[in-house]
Ligand binder design. Structure first.
Ligand SMILES: [Zn+2]
Length: 908
């Protein structure tokens, strides 16, 4: 059975040597034992290293934090450590910096594995409470700033009685001049300060970075470990949304970077809104606290192996360099007889063994993909003295076999239940992979998973799907949870799925009622356990969130909000297993006068398939064009914020629902009573259908009752007009729109020369470099008879927006996502014009009365009204079913035009 291409004997190695998947056949160079840590503690049952805790009662907690990341050390896996290996990565060799695998089917194993592990697998495990240690850099942020205790007056500050502070005699992190070279250990280049603990906080140190850009940053801290250090050192992350408090056991895991969490920060320096503060309060007042350094972000490659740095983000580099960067001694990552490729194989598991301290309950799991074509399916490995030849002779660290079986069966089972019923189970084997070799890591169970074959087109097609990687990641996490449950003799508790839908509606000035629909149970064995409660995260800017408030019921009131201010909300489900991934972002703004909002926002962009991968030219690294799964540039479910900001700027209040709430179990009533529905379709296309029949029915009913609609998206019109059935096309016709073409071939929209957008300047749509996602194929729209094209793509490439009916419109259709108009003043102006044309007034202004015709339900029955709808429909055809709306709009328009306006009660 072939698992990896072995090409040691090739005379001229290719740019990406496919030498092995990290095999260590008999006769491989010996590394020697993994060194212990100085002052390593032996604990019988180690408590969690880090706990995220409630702030001190006295502390001020402003309202809000970011992409809520769950609470460390809370959940079924609290106290457990999971070492994750995202496999290979950029490594220095004869040809310079190269990935260890080449591009096959448009993807690269080195990058696929890291993308999946950092964005899904690590996330699931953290949400379940585990301490997760990636052997490669986990932060995908290219920026990096470190503040050291030596940066006095330049980012580092002490306050409180001077007698509380002293110099430590042991080494600490120090800034090296230039890139990291040779066997340099940055954690021996400097010193660290000591802060004397006290029962009450009376002294603190503040680390304030100057951040080069706004964004989400991992926050890491370092300290020197010692028996006399505080077991509950009090670390506070200050960010725009408030404060996150942590208690950290400084008796362990010193001299390396310890991840506290991930937070959004603004650009620049702010001790109040962008800093880490260490207080000296402790339950062990005679202990001291080490103050060494704080790191924000992952950064770019910093290691020079003779010909300069890699030019790639550090998270794409291999474990060899991460281990050195993280303070491991050279015997962990550098074997004299091996080059960097050889070093990397042993480094992954050696780093885990080095980091792991006695008494800590931990496992090690590696995510790989497989070759060569035509292999298919998932295979898993533990250590054995054999090559990967399809045999099983387990001689690895005890427990590895049990964990591997649980993880493997969970992956294959979940893929069959949730992805492809015929997913291939390639089997469970042993092999002498270095990553699972007990001579590197005799301390934790270890397994290596070959998820699928990147070399085989069919499997590669699956690997390109974010949902596929997510299912595999969740299965890996569930398998690990089941392993620990079995080991501890406990019943497993799995973290829940996110809520099926969430609605937020203003019910009084400053009061929002949240309605939460629980997740569907799904096929047996696939999803998480049911929720026990929900955690509501609030934000003032949609970027930075608070610590979350738990609510037991599916309906919860948020009170005390400033009326007229937008509150952004994400909701997660929680249970004994942990915390789910959060819901899409919602935004609600309550009216100062307590009246109901006139506008309802629908978060309707839920697509996340392989077609959204970010294309990168990695030709400089001999990889060509590669599809990258970078979720925040594909769909991070945050885009409703751009709609909310525009409306808020115009003093228009709004409620918001995720798409399922509009037409789901709650029925069309979910959108009843609003003057305007702003439906954000993003790039949703046919899978899942951008607008389901239920969505369309709800919107038709809304329009029939005299409501107005703003529908924007770059695929929704294509999905309905090209891929949709007769009813879908009729619905489109009812909106006064016909699809002319799937792709405008441009992201530039012309200035309008007439119509409601007269005077609007030309503008461009996001190409993926403007903070959102890349608009791939803007829809080209035509106006049905009676409607009007109101915006056009540049260069005569056709209609970009349609208003219908042309006079006194009820519907605006934008062939591009509104949020993709990255120039905020232009987006606000678009919304202002749409509101004016649709006669939706700002808060506090007189509400423009809707057209009497549109409010007259008697007339809405359209009995006997007959007129043409679109091209190809015979004159005189009757209004039935889904075509009724189209007929309605067109008939109304014609009635107006011919001056045959009926009095509201004429046919009553
Ligand atoms: Zn591999």
């Amino acid at each position: 059975m072939m698992t990896c291409v072995i090409a040691h004997a090739e005379p001229a190695p290719p740019p990406h040597p496919m030498e092995d998947c990290g095999l260590e056949p008999p006769g491989s160079p010996a590394w020697g034992p993994v060194p212990g840590r100085p002052h390593e503690l032996s604990l019988r049952a180690a408590p969690p290293l880090i706990r995220r805790v409630a702030p001190l009662p006295a502390a001020e907690i402003p309202n809000a934090q970011q992409i809520p990341w769950g609470r460390s050390g809370e959940g079924f896996l609290a106290g457990k450590t999971v070492y994750l290996s995202p496999g290979h990565g950029f490594t220095f060799g004869t040809y310079g910096w190269r990935t260890q695998r080449g591009t096959t089917n448009g993807i690269v194993e080195d990058l696929v594995s890291a993308e999946a592990v950092q964005q899904y697998l690590a996330r699931y495990l953290r949400q379940a409470g585990a301490r997760v240690v990636s052997v490669r850099e986990p932060d995908m942020n290219d920026n990096l700033v470190i503040v050291d205790d030596a940066d006095r007056g330049a980012g580092y500050a002490e306050s409180g009685p001077a007698g509380r502070f002293s110099d430590s005699t042991v080494a600490g992190w120090g800034r090296q001049a230039g890139p990291l070279t040779g066997q340099q250990n940055p954690f021996t280049l400097g010193k660290n300060r000591l802060l004397q603990a006290a029962a009450r906080p009376d002294a603190s140190a503040t680390f304030t970075p100057t951040l080069p850009a706004a964004g989400e940053y991992n926050v890491y801290v370092s300290y020197s470990q010692f028996e006399r250090r505080a077991p509950d050192a009090h670390f506070v992350v200050r960010h725009p949304g408030g404060e996150a408090h942590f208690r950290l056991d400084q008796r362990r895991h010193g001299g390396t970077w310890i991840l506290l969490g991930r937070f959004y920060f603004d650009k620049g320096a702010s001790p109040e809104r962008g800093a880490v503060v260490v207080w000296n309060d402790s339950g062990t007042p005679d202990a001291n606290i080490s103050l060494d350094a704080v790191r924000f972000g992952g950064g770019m490659g910093l290691t020079d192996r003779g010909k300069g740095v890699s030019g790639r983000p550090r998270w794409e580099e291999s474990a060899r360099y991460a281990a050195q960067y993280n303070g491991a001694p050279p015997t962990v990552f550098d074997q004299a007889d091996l080059d960097d490729h050889g070093d990397d194989v042993g480094t992954r598991s050696r780093f885990a063994a080095w980091d792991h301290e006695e008494g800590e309950d931990a496992v090690y799991l590696a995510w790989h993909t497989n070759a060569p074509n035509p292999g298919v399916g998932t295979s898993s490995y533990v250590y054995g003295p054999n090559p990967p030849d399809g045999s099983y002779n387990f001689t690895g660290t005890p427990g590895s076999d049990v964990m591997m079986k649980l993880v493997h069966d969970e992956i294959v089972g979940d893929l069959r239940r949730g992805w492809d019923p015929n997913w291939r189970d390639r089997g469970k084997y042993s092999a002498y992979f270095g990553e699972v070799n007990p001579r590197h890591n005799p301390e934790t169970p270890a397994a290596l998973i070959e998820v699928a074959f990147h070399d085989t087109p069919g499997d590669a097609q699956q690997l390109k799907q974010a949902r596929f990687r997510q299912i595999v990641a969740r299965a890996m996490y569930q398998g690990i949870a089941k392993f620990f449950a079995g080991k501890d003799g406990k019943k497993v508790a799995l973290l829940p799925e996110p809520p099926a839908s969430v609605c937020g509606r203003g019910v009084a000035p400053g009061e929002v009622l949240l309605t939460i629909t629980p997740p569907e149970p799904g096929p047996a064995g696939l999803l998480g356990d049911p929720p026990a409660a929900y955690r509501v995260y609030r934000s003032r800017d949609g970027l930075s969130f608070d610590e979350g408030t738990d609510v037991a019921a599916q309906s919860a009131a948020l009170t005390g909000l400033p009326p007229g201010e937008t509150v952004y909300v994400r909701v997660a489900a929680v249970n004994a297993g942990g915390e789910s991934l959060p819901s899409p972002l919602l935004a609600v703004r309550t009216r100062r006068d307590g009246k109901r909002a006139q506008v309802l926002l629908i978060a309707g962009y839920d697509r996340l398939d392989g077609g959204l991968l970010v294309s990168q030219d990695l030709g400089a690294w001999a990889l060509g064009t590669v599809g990258r799964m970078l979720l925040d540039r594909m769909n991070d479910a945050s885009y409703l914020a751009a709609h909310a900001r525009a409306l808020a700027a115009l003093d228009v209040s709004f409620d918001a629902c995720t798409r399922g709430a509009a037409a789901g179990p709650a029925g069309p009533g979910g959108i009843e009573g609003y003057a305007l529905i702003d439906w954000q379709a993003g790039q949703s296309s046919q899978t899942p259908l951008a607008l389901t029949p239920e969505d369309r029915a709800a919107l038709s009913e809304h329009l029939r009752r005299g409501g107005r609609l703003l529908l924007s998206g770059s695929e929704v019109f294509w999905a309905l007009g090209e891929k949709g059935d007769r009813e879908a096309r009729a619905f489109l016709a009812g909106l006064g729109v016909r699809l002319q073409q799937d792709d405008a071939g441009t992201r530039d929209v012309d200035a309008a020369a007439a119509g409601p957008f007269l005077g609007l300047p030309a503008f461009a749509l996001d190409d993926g470099t403007r903070g959102g996602y890349r608009v791939q194929t803007p829809d080209v729209l035509q106006a049905e008879s009676g409607a009007q094209v109101v915006l056009s793509y540049k260069g005569g490439r056709g209609g970009a927006a349609v208003a219908a009916p042309a006079e006194r419109p009820a519907v605006f259709s934008l062939g591009f996502p509104l949020e993709a108009v990255y120039d905020e003043p232009v987006r606000i102006e678009i919304v202002r014009r749409v509101l004016a044309a649709l006669r939706v007034a700002a808060d506090g202004q007189e509400t423009v009365p809707p057209d009497p015709e549109l409010d007259d339900t008697t007339m809405m029955k359209m009995e006997g009204c007959s007129c043409e709808v679109g091209a190809g429909r015979p004159a005189g055809s009757r209004a039935t079913g889904g075509t009724a709306l189209g007929l309605l709009l067109l008939c109304l328009w014609r009635a107006q035009r011919k001056g045959k306006r009926r009095p509201p009660s004429s046919s009553a």
